[in-house]
Design a protein around this ligand. Structure first.
Ligand code: NAX
Length: 341
C-alpha cells in the first residue's frame, strides 16, 4: 500500500498490464508511470498480471519503478490472479499471450490463447471499473480481443480494441522515407484487416504536405505505374513483414516500437484524434462482417475509437481488404469450433 494513495486532487487511474514481466511490459511500464500515456496530470496505479513463472521479472520491474520515484505513480500491485489484476481497472493493456511453439498448429495457438483471453475477459466483466477500456497487444491480437469481448457480456463491445498502431507507424515511417518527408507531414494513411501478413496498408486516401501520396510517389518514381508497382511490390509487403525484418536484423522481436504504439493507441483513444488506425469490433462498416475485430481508419473524440466512414474503396483495395477479413473470419470460425464463442 502506498503511503497516501489518494494524495493530490486528480483521481488516480488504475491501469492493468498483463505480461508485465515480459519484454514489451518492461518497455511500457516506465513510460506509463512517467505520464506519457495518460498525461502529466493523471496519477496512475499499476496492476501487473503475470503467470507464476513471470512474477519475479515483474517484481524486478516494480523495484525499478520505485527507484524512478515517479511523481504520478501512486501504487504498483503484482499478482497472478486475473480477478485481482482487473479489480477497479479503467484501462487494461493485454500484452501477455502464448507464443506459437514448435509444431504448434494454428488451432492449437488459438486454443491456448482462448484459455488466456477468455478468463481475462470474464475477470474484466466481473471486476473492472465501469469505464474500462481494453487494448489487446498479445497475438493473435484481433482474435484475442474478440475472445475477451465475448467473455465480458456486460461490458460494451466497443470498449475492446486491438493494436494495429505499430503497423500504422511502420507504414508512416517507411512512406516518409520514400517521400523524403517527415512522418507528421503524411495524413490519411490506414491499416485495414488483421494484424498479420494479410493486413492492407492503404495510401489511397493519404496526402503528403497536402498532395496526394500517389501523385507524390509518381513524381519521384517516374509515373503512376511505377508508383503502383512500388506500393504493391515493396511498400505493402515490407510493412506487413516488418516484424520478421526486425527479428532478422535485431535478433529479437519488436519491443520498444510495440510499446510506443500501445501507448499512442491508448493516449489517442483517451485524448482524441482525427485519424489513425486501430482494430475495433465491426458494426458492418465497409461490408466487414459484424462482430469481427478488424483494423480500420478510426477517429476518437476522447470517448472511444469510431470507424471513419464514407471513404471510397477501389477494387484493388477491396480485394486486399477482403483477403484479410477472410482470414479474420477463419480465425473466428476456428475459435467457434473450439466452443469458445
Ligand atoms: P514476452 O514473451 O517477452 O512477454 C510475454 C509475457 O507474458 C511473459 O512474461 C509471460 O510470462 C507473460 N504471460 C504469458 N501468459 C500470461 C497470462 N496468461 N497472464 C499474464 N501474463 C502472461 O513477449 P513480448 O515481446 O512482451 O510480446 C508480448 C506479445 O505481444 C506477444 O504475443 C507478441 O506476439 C505481441 N506483439 C504484438 C504486436 C502488435 O502490434 N499487436 C507487436 C509486437 C509483438 O509481437
Amino acid at each position: 500500500m502506498a503511503p497516501s494513495a489518494e494524495r493530490g486532487s486528480a483521481p488516480t487511474t488504475t491501469v492493468t498490464i498483463t505480461g508485465a514481466g515480459g519484454q514489451i511490459g518492461y518497455a511500457l511500464l516506465f513510460r506509463i508511470a512517467a505520464g506519457e500515456m495518460l498525461g502529466p496530470d493523471r496519477p496512475v496505479r499499476l496492476k501487473l498480471l503475470e503467470i507464476p513463472q513471470g512474477l519475479r521479472s515483474a517484481e524486478g520491474a516494480a523495484l525499478e519503478l520505485q527507484d524512478c520515484a515517479f511523481p504520478l505513480l501512486r501504487e504498483v500491485d503484482l499478482t497472478d490472479d486475473p480477478t485481482v489484476a482487473f479489480d477497479g481497472s479503467s484501462i487494461a493493456l493485454l500484452v501477455g499471450a502464448r507464443p506459437r511453439g514448435p509444431g504448434m498448429e494454428r488451432a492449437d495457438l488459438l486454443a491456448a490463447n482462448a484459455g488466456i483471453f477468455g478468463p481475462q475477459g470474464a475477470a474484466i466483466n466481473a471486476h473492472a471499473a465501469d469505464d474500462i477500456r481494453v487494448a489487446v497487444v498479445g497475438n493473435p491480437a484481433n482474435t484475442n480481443a474478440l475472445i475477451a469481448a465475448a467473455s465480458a457480456p456486460d461490458v460494451p463491445p466497443d470498449r475492446f480494441t486491438a493494436l494495429t498502431r505499430l503497423d500504422h507507424d511502420r507504414a508512416l515511417g517507411l512512406l516518409a522515407e520514400a517521400l523524403d518527408a517527415w512522418p507528421d507531414e503524411i495524413e490519411g494513411l490506414a491499416i485495414w484487416g488483421n494484424h498479420s501478413a494479410t493486413q492492407f496498408p492503404d495510401v489511397s486516401h493519404a496526402t503528403v504536405r497536402g498532395e496526394r501520396v500517389a501523385d507524390a510517389l509518381g513524381a519521384r518514381l517516374g509515373g503512376r505505374v511505377e508508383a503502383c508497382a512500388w506500393l504493391d511490390d515493396v511498400f505493402i509487403p515490407r510493412v506487413a513483414k516488418r516484424g520478421a525484418e526486425i527479428i532478422e536484423v535485431r535478433g529479437s522481436s519488436s519491443v520498444a516500437s510495440a510499446a510506443n504504439a500501445a501507448i499512442e493507441h491508448v493516449r489517442d483513444e483517451q485524448s482524441g484524434t482525427a485519424w489513425t488506425s486501430a482494430a475495433v469490433i465491426s458494426r458492418g462498416e465497409y461490408d466487414v462482417p459484424e462482430g469481427l475485430v478488424c483494423s480500420f481508419p478510426v477517429a476518437s473524440d476522447g470517448t472511444g475509437y469510431r470507424v471513419i466512414e464514407g471513404l471510397e474503396i477501389d477494387t484493388r483495395a477491396r480485394t486486399r481488404i477482403d483477403a484479410s477479413v477472410d482470414e479474420l473470419a477463419a480465425e473466428r470460425d476456428a475459435v467457434r469450433a473450439l466452443g469458445v464463442l
